[in-house]
Design a protein around this ligand. Structure first.
Ligand code: ZN
Length: 374
């Protein structure tokens, strides 16, 4: 999508080129040859300044934790920020920030929160996971993620928040529960799935088969998709301040736009029974479902366009889960299946084999391209 800044740049470039041609044939034109670029640069600078001013003014309307300076007050000039965003990504993992910790403690009501510093072994896992990311996700991580923070006892596995930059662009911060370094993908997904159901005396058991690679591969990709989603403005989220950031140009994105009617409700023909009762980690006062309801729920999931129950909750989670599970299983060749068993039932579903999921895959290849950074 062409921004006003891009448009002005493109027009200035075209006029300049035409003017140089004109100057070759007209003596008076020599003045124009040297003056007009200066005039155009002046006009361009004024308009660009106006655009930036507008973005800065808009940034005052957003909460402090959604502003770049909240995380990195030490980076004051454009040059410092640009240099930081070009630096080795590995050093952005394991940052610490008192304002952030205090904000998260208050938000989640968890005084126990503290920062975790990754060990040398964790750093190897991190680098390995970065190297495996789809190209656009990796590029976005480098250019748009300010920091990745590890929080002990974090209420969920990960969380990504958007941040407005000095330049009006959308950046992100990622928070991760360091327990992921001790688990594999199957274990972390199994742990998460348990929180969707009340622990009653049901004989129904759920087992997730998603490979034995580090759970960090899963969470880094999932959270990094959220970051790319924000930067490329794929999903319109239910946050007034996010939607007020100008210019708001939502990217048309078929794999998401054709499924979701709103941020938490898919179009009727993609919805299924009890989907609105799905919740994880005790959010939305859950869990609301019993294990006895699990067989019907997973049978419906297999027929749906969603990659997981977690993804069926919200538009943003759907995109993160679809890209993550596609990359881990189809691209990297790990198994992805959910087994539901009881003395009476034995079923195994493969969500990515649903015809409705398969139809969405060509659209998410967008994340395998690379964009030139403006
Ligand atoms: Zn998520």
């Amino acid at each position: 999508m062409l921004t006003l800044e891009d448009f002005l740049f493109k027009m200035s470039y075209r006029i300049l080129n035409r003017n140089f041609f004109f100057c070759r044939n007209n003596r008076k034109g020599y003045w124009l040859k040297y003056l007009s670029p200066l005039i155009l640069i002046f006009i361009f600078s004024v308009l660009t300044f106006h655009c930036r001013k507008e973005a800065v003014l808009e940034s005052h309307a957003v909460p402090s934790h959604n502003q770049f300076q909240f995380y990195r007050p030490d980076l004051k000039t454009d040059a410092e920020i640009k240099k930081y965003l070009k630096s080795n990504l590995i050093f952005r993992f394991g940052l610490q920030s008192d304002p952030l910790l205090n904000y998260m403690k208050k938000l989640d009501g968890k005084e126990i929160y503290s920062f975790y510093s990754p060990t040398e072994s964790d750093k190897k896992t991190i680098q390995f996971s970065i190297d495996l990311l789809p190209p656009l996700i990796k590029q976005n991580l480098q250019e748009r993620v300010i920091g990745i923070y590890f929080i002990n006892h974090f209420i969920s596995t990960g969380y990504t928040d958007w941040v407005i930059g000095h330049d009006g662009k959308i950046y992100s911060v990622i928070l991760i529960n360091p327990d992921v370094f001790k688990m594999n993908v199957s274990e972390i997904l199994q742990k998460r799935e348990k929180t969707c159901f009340q622990s009653n005396s049901s004989s129904v058991k759920i087992k997730i088969h998603a490979g034995k690679q580090s759970a960090f591969d899963y969470i880094l990709l999932h959270e990094a998709v959220h970051s790319a989603d924000y930067s490329h403005r794929i999903s319109d989220i239910d946050e007034e301040s996010y939607n007020q950031i100008k210019p708001f140009i939502k990217r048309k994105f078929k794999p998401v736009d054709t499924i979701w009617n709103s941020s938490n409700t898919p179009y009727k023909h993609f919805d299924f029974q009890n989907r609105e009762n799905i919740s994880f980690y005790g959010f939305r006062k859950g869990p609301h479902l019993t294990l006895d309801q699990a067989p019907d729920l997973y049978a419906d999931l297999q027929k749906s366009p969603f990659a997981s129950l977690y993804g069926s909750q919200y538009k943003v989670e759907d995109l993160a889960e679809l890209v993550t599970m596609y990359h881990l299983s189809i691209i990297q060749g790990n198994e992805y299946a959910i087994e539901i068993s009881s003395p009476k039932i034995r079923m195994k579903i493969h969500p990515l084999q649903s015809q409705k999921v398969k139809k969405r895959i060509s659209g998410i290849r967008f994340f395998y391209s690379v964009f030139p950074e403006k």
